[in-house]
Write a protein that binds this ligand. Sequence first.
Ligand code: SF4
Ligand code: SF4
Length: 243
Amino acid sequence: MPKAILIDTTKCTACRGCQVACKEWKDFPAVPTKQRGTHQNPPDLGPFNVKLVRFAEHMEPDGTVRWNFFPDACRHCLDAPCKSGASLEDSIIIDKDTGAVIYTEKTAKEDFETIRGSCPYDIPRLNPKTKRIVKCDMCIDRIKKNLLPICVKSCAMGAMHFGERADILAIAAKRLAVVQKEFPKAQLCDMDSVSVIYLIADEPAKYHKFAVADAAGAPGMTRQEFFAGMFEPLRRAAKQVQG
Ligand code: SF4
Ligand code: SF4
């Protein structure tokens, strides 16, 4: 039976517990980082960070600042475009019991840019040492032992649900109806084509450039980008006075 995960971003507090738990379970090494003026850290997905809580800030017309959180990772697409982009039959496989999209060691023989470019969510990353292409594997080792994916297990806010696809779709529909009462633009991202379904309260572009497969419009802004945009009119005015 295919499995699915619901990520209810309206319950996410951006604690990053899932991000850290993923890194720990996979025994990924630490990577050098630094303060970039945002709580999002590291700045992007990487070979040792296959789950990343993205932060995007927006100002509403009434001046209210909204902070959108998006725990980004592979969507385990039902008809995975990245597999279609692979040259080898068995470098990317679909686990028949769960539907998880798994990258094998043979991805080292694939062209990384082709695989990354074929993913509508910009997920695959290259391990520079092994040359393997990497991403979330849905914690297939844990699922096979009837354990929850570590991100789901680690979420103290109950923002994530894992289970049979039909059950998760039912939970998602019920929760969407509740959230839409307060946020009419709330939606379930690409729910018919992915196994990892995000419930978001606003337009996808206000969360992440690749929140949905056909993301359009302005990408979600980092804190730095937000403040840069906010102060730009003042900078322009100051230049005019000087000039
Ligand atoms: Fe492949 Fe990207 Fe879909 Fe994951 S999200 S299964 S990497 S196409
Ligand atoms: Fe959000 Fe839950 Fe992840 Fe914390 S563990 S960042 S609340 S999804």
